[in-house]
Design a protein around this ligand. Sequence first.
Ligand code: CP
Ligand code: NVA
Length: 334
Amino acid sequence: MATPLSWAAGDVAGLHPAQSLAARLSLRGRDFLSLHDWTPEELAAALQTARELKLRHRSGQRDQPLRGKTLGMIFAKASTRTRVSFEVGIFQLGGQAIFLNPADLQLGRGETIADTARVLSRYLDGIMIRTYDHREVQELARWAEIPVINGLTDREHPCQVLADLLTIWERKGRLRGLKLAFVGDGNNMAHSLLHGGAKFGMHVAVASPPGYGPDPEVVAEARADAAETGARITLTDDPAEAVRDADVVYTDVWASMGQEAEREVRLRAFRGYTVDRNLMALARPDAIFMHCLPAHRGEEVAPEVIDGPQSVVWDQAENRLHAQKAVMLLTMQD
Ligand code: CP
Ligand code: NVA
């Protein structure tokens, strides 16, 4: 099902136009480290901006609101989607990207994050960073005088989930009141989905094997937001319980980047957590299947599901571009 071009930027969080403008303005110069850091109004403004940018690009408009701006991209881990979508995104907005391998920076020889942040702030207009320890991103943002965007840490993946919220909104016309089931590892994706769902009043049910559930600190953050928005956060070790009546079924790899040595142990621990046709049958008949990619067919997801009619994984990948253009535009504009 193709997204109709005429799709109107609707009422994702009940934002009045003046509220939307205020939220957009409040984002200038801000970091995007965690969905938990932005208000529902700010996230809704980002989703609306992403949708507008998507439609403008599709209709052939080529404004360059970030002309002359440069984004530094630090990647301590591999990437296909994040690297390409950020680089294309800043280019489409009129700016340019510089790819920075930490091993080639003085960072790799012991220069501190604080010094690196202060130096890069004198050259660049924004920094996107993908690394292991979330605290490194927080440290970078603390010292940088320019916006810092989290392109994935072991704890969170906010850019992915912003794109996913856009995808769900496009497919379902709303976020509030939906049920999203996450089946698998309580990892960075589970964390950002908990944060994102809670901000928009969406029920998030996470099913993980014992010992592989989400970080209690993240669950507490999500529950604090959920108390405001009416979202429900539930944790279980039963995939069927999580998926029952879900509008969205989401999964991710069982061994994330940095966990390669645990792969065999994890393959055993996650047996029974594959999203297959039988599990999908417990969700609503119109449920969509989501995966941030890269995927391991035959492990966390069966081929018939990820390559089947309920799968929206290619829309998710495309929406990385539009969502991240919105984040760059809102945080890096003059
Ligand atoms: N989903 C995602 O972030 O993909 P990459 O690792 O390819 O960037
Ligand atoms: N959980 C995965 C997500 C990849 C986009 C990882 O961190 O490797």
